[in-house]
Design a protein around this ligand. Structure first.
Ligand code: BES
Ligand code: ZN
Ligand code: ZN
Length: 485
């Protein structure tokens, strides 16, 4: 797909379609004569996601003008631009239109809106149909996106590029997340990470089972032992061109390529969805690609512990006690609470490598979906300063985040007489006890945990996004790194 920023008025754009944003309750000066009847009849109201396609509008070089309802002025921010751009692209693609221009007028062409329009368009164009074999059914990629501005502001070129890099990274995450679990084994995930790292100049190390045994990652290996597909710990390193701070950020993502639950097996109904239990890991791989391209000033290492959670003949049992890399012993009471077991060893390893700040993303609990639904990721922390940075990064990326409690009181639920900690709590507050389990291994290092079980996957298509993996929280990861200093 081609992308360009042009300094031009909407009427000069020579594309299949030009998208114009139409605020609710007003008439655009450039349309009010030609489309007087559409306005007066109420056909164009400007409600969000209202689309009116006009052919051969006099004075316009483009074949079509798409009047895109943008909602009320006071709600028309860059998050709205992102959604409307995505929905416009999906609307146009549905009609076979693949060269699209977005015209951002005088009050609309901020850097944030340019980034948002590009991101929304590229994310909106993505479809989960890589394995369809019939060309008719497969969606056609966009050929060209143009963002047209009247402003001469030079920063808009970088804003355009950032939108492209972040959206392509999120789409890489989605490509990986949607792969079926027979194809995307832990070693296949490691191969995807290696290909990304080599193509983008990152160094990468893949720790295999033997290496992890030598190091003492008993918690991760306990989960892996039920599968014939061997586990891995993927470590991707980005070093900034100019080192300006001692900080070293770790991004850690859960990479369970399939979660059957293990011996504590899940119900059959809906189990196929558990192929996306590696969405956090895929988000780390995507974010590292964007970071390699955008080159923030802080050192960032991405960690993806990856396993398949299967109930094989050698599977871990409820009652097993494993020794984690941190030295702490863990009693397994439910083999389906496996994400925290692989993450605790990755967290301990990130600390051993000297990471000073950590953010992990994981499809960790069904409980977070009960608490927050599919609109917000749940965020837990031991450090309010890092939380503030994370929330700002999320807001800028239009990835909704919601802070959750992590009081010491939750720790009581994880007490056991047989080991240092057990891997599940009671029925209640499951997202909080899962986070509390992780916190035990984090120690004093500033850390944020993001539970994306509800936000990593869309069960139903949205106007601006296909069903399936969303790529959350790639944008937040990237913003956190970019805004570090
Ligand atoms: N991968 C699941 C969490 C999950 C559930 C992700 C639904 C996406 C959608 C996780 O490994 C899990 O099974 N968690 C258990 C924990 C329980 C056994 C304490 C859960 O949430 O039920
Ligand atoms: Zn599980
Ligand atoms: Zn899981």
């Amino acid at each position: 797909m081609d992308l360009k920023l042009v300094r031009s008025t909407p009427s000069e754009l020579d594309t299949d379609a030009v998208v114009l944003f139409q605020l609710e309750g007003s008439e655009r000066d450039d349309l009010k004569t030609a489309l007087a009847h559409s306005y007066s009849s109420g056909e164009i109201k400007g409600k969000p996601f209202e689309f009116t396609l006009v052919h051969n509008l006099p004075g316009y070089k483009a074949r079509r003008v798409l009047v895109a309802g943008a909602g009320k002025q006071e709600k028309f921010d860059s998050a709205a631009v992102r959604k409307i751009a995505g929905a416009a692209v999906r609307f146009l693609k549905g009609k076979g239109i693949t060269t699209v221009a977005f015209a951002l007028g005088a009050g609309e062409s901020s850097a944030a809106n340019v980034t948002a329009a590009v991101e929304g368009a590229i994310l909106g164009a993505w479809e989960p149909d890589a394995l369809k074999t019939s060309a008719d059914e497969k969606s056609k990629p966009l050929a060209l996106i143009v963002v047209a501005v009247e402003s001469q502001e030079p920063a808009l070129d970088a804003a355009l590029e950032k939108g492209r890099v972040v959206a392509e990274a999120a789409n890489l995450t989605r490509d990986i997340s949607v792969e079926p679990p027979n194809v995307l084994t832990p070693m296949a995930l490691a191969a995807r990470a290696r290909a990304m790292a080599e193509a983008n100049g990152l160094s990468i190390e893949i720790l295999d089972q033997d290496r992890m045994r030598q190091l003492g990652m008993g918690a991760l290996l306990g989960v892996a032992q039920g599968s014939i597909n061997p586990p891995a710990l993927i470590v991707m390193r980005y070093t900034p061109p100019k080192v300006t701070s001692k900080d070293h950020l770790a991004l850690i993502g859960k990479g369970v390529t399939f979660d059957t639950g293990g011996i504590s097996i899940k119900p059959a109904d809906g189990m196929e969805k558990m192929k996306y239990d590696m969405a956090g890991g895929a988000a780390v791989i995507g974010a590292m690609q964007a970071i390699a391209r955008l080159k923030p000033a802080v050192a960032v290492t991405g960690f993806v512990p990856t396993v398949e959670n299967m109930p094989g003949g050698n599977a871990q049992r409820p009652g097993d006690i494993v020794k984690s890399l941190s030295g702490k012993t863990v009693e397994i009471l439910n083999t389906d609470a496996e994400g925290r077991l692989i993450l605790c060893d990755a967290i301990a390893y990130a600390k051993q490598l000297g990471c000073t700040h950590m953010v992990d993303a994981a499809t960790l609990t069904g409980a977070i979906v009960v608490a927050l639904g599919h609109t917000h990721s749940g965020v837990f922390t031991n450090n309010d300063a890092l939380l503030a940075r994370w929330m700002a990064a999320g807001k800028e990326a239009a990835e909704n985040m919601w802070p959750m409690p992590l009081d010491d009181e939750y720790r009581e639920q994880l007490n056991t007489v047989y080991a240092d900690i057990q891997n599940i709590g009671t029925r209640w507050g499951g997202a909080c006890t899962a986070a509390t389990f992780l916190k035990e291994f984090v120690g004093d290092t500033p850390w944020v945990h993001v539970d994306i079980a509800g936000t990593g996957w869309l069960d139903d298509e949205k106007k601006f996004m296909a069903k399936g993996p969303t790529g959350v929280p790639v944008g937040s990861f990237v913003n956190l790194a970019m805004n570090w200093t």
